[in-house]
Design a protein around this ligand. Sequence first.
Ligand SMILES: Cc1cc2nc3c(=O)[nH]c(=O)nc-3n(C[C@H](O)[C@H](O)[C@H](O)COP(=O)(O)OP(=O)(O)OC[C@H]3O[C@@H](n4cnc5c(N)ncnc54)[C@H](O)[C@@H]3O)c2cc1C
Ligand code: SF4
Ligand code: SF4
Length: 569
Amino acid sequence: MYQITKNCVGCHNCAMECPMGAISYVGLKYEIDPDQCVECGRCEQVCHTCSAIDADAPNTVEQHERIVKECDVVVCGGGSGIVAAVRAAQQGKRVILLEKSKKLGGNTDYAHAFFPVFTNMHKELGLANAEEEAVGVFWERSERRMDQDMIRTAILGCDRFFDWLCTFPGTKKAFQIVPLGGIESCGPMYTSGITAFPNRMFENLLCRDQAIGPGWGGTFVKYKMLEAIRDQKLWVEILTEHRAEHLLTDENGTVTGVLASDPGGEVQINAKAVILATGGMGRSDEKLQKYFGFFDCETPIHRFSVPGDTGDAIDMLQELGVEPDENRMFASIFGPAHHPFSFCLYRILEHPSCLSVNLNGKRWQDETGGLMAGRFEIAKQPKEVAWGIFDQKAVDRIAGEYLNDPALAEQKWIFELYQEDLEEEIALPKAPVKRADSLEKLAEEIGADPAALAETVKRYNEFCANGKDEEFGKAPEHLVPIGNEGPYYAIYGQRFSEGAFGGLRVNPSCEVTREDGSVIPGLYGVGDATSAMHFKGHLAVISELTWAVASAYTSGANAVAYIDSKEGN
Ligand SMILES: Cc1cc2nc3c(=O)[nH]c(=O)nc-3n(C[C@H](O)[C@H](O)[C@H](O)COP(=O)(O)OP(=O)(O)OC[C@H]3O[C@@H](n4cnc5c(N)ncnc54)[C@H](O)[C@@H]3O)c2cc1C
Ligand code: SF4
Ligand code: SF4
């Protein structure tokens, strides 16, 4: 019998693939209706987190004595860690890559983009080298709290990583550099943005939804690395279902390998350098509670992190007597958004003309900046959720705007299916979209007081008529009244988290350090496992995937240099 475990991140892939329509979203995760399932196994095939399983599959695991393996570099974590593995192997080192899950990819597989500042592709476009300028800009953005050398590692590391990636066949044509003009920058981009894959890489998926991956920039990197291992015949042994548990050290405290476990027993890997790329702690309830008080909310925050990201690097370091850097941990909590449901409905809910209400049927924010702009305010609303209220005309109008937006031309087909998406979600057992002929009935559907919702709509319509939002000051051009004619829709939005980051202290060479800044010889840290890019409560000024690929690229090279210097090469 096929089942979906609690590890499901709600990416929808299996639901889109199931030939029987047997899979539905039931609040935080998907579930299979056993009466509709014909046991074809497609869901198990496409599930990236190995959450769709055949519960009756025989357990064929044989127990074994401790297995001992030797290599030069062991990389723990098969997300961006695979970049470090290839980088080290290209320089002649024997590498073992340990991945806890049955599949490689980690959160890296979900991430859309990383953002280099100045690469050979920028050069070809005649853009000026703005790397040092970018260091200054990001430093200012961090309110001068970040170490400039760390910022430099992130920027230069990502730039050199990208140039290196472009040496692999097929990379250049997959990416496009878009100049943003002058020192204008947007989010983590500086002077230029990089776009990749106008449409998601479908691999073996039918899924047309764009809300979350896998299938974007991170997936591209993973496949390029796997191709390189195959085509360049690199010495990289990939061991999935291998969890690194303890660091091995000699009498001087130099790291000499890891003790891991596979389903059958212990596996000891003796190595000259160890790279910890075990990701963040977005799936450890215990650590989220301890470091962020994450669960103090009535509606659980939807978590996209892969199940393997449980902050194992923190435990491994604590065993060596090194505490994590709590001041530089960060849990990303966004929303409320219609996420992970249909991307098209997500965009409709995010539209500034949306009227958003809480469970009391009252408006709770200025919607001009989209619902996500209210990610702090929503925490104070009942059950921390919101509903966007629309009439049919509004839905048609907003979808029409997207359909006519030249910037979204490549994604037109997604927006064309908005009515289909509405119908699909209205039919779900715990429907995240409600429809009713009257506002009173709609209020009942979402559990709000009909009189309160009617009053909210009346007041809002008056603001629209007067062109002035006296409650929240919403921009007049987005004040569009809710009409007298149904049907009316309510689209659900809740909070979600892409991950929780931090733990290991690293220096700009990506060496892991103790609290006093001294280096733990032979140990390197990568990506979300590190306390490098964040400060408590502050979103990173440089995007996470940018740091992940930059630090993986840097660690791979520095681990090789460390081994060579020890061996006198
Ligand atoms: C939905 C989503 C969208 C995102 N979009 C973006 C984006 O567009 N841009 C951006 O910059 N960032 C984005 N991010 C964040 C980005 O994906 C991550 O910051 C980045 O991929 C982290 O890479 P990593 O290698 O550190 O961790 P991961 O990619 O998560 O890899 C860690 C791996 O280590 C494995 N592991 C854990 N413990 C062990 C152990 N003990 N032994 C062996 N293996 C272990 C895990 O199973 C996992 O496979 C997104 C994240 C999510 C979830
Ligand atoms: S993670 Fe995605 S593919 Fe896997 S069970 Fe959940 S919704 Fe389905
Ligand atoms: S096994 Fe096949 S029919 Fe059953 S839920 Fe999975 S995809 Fe659907």
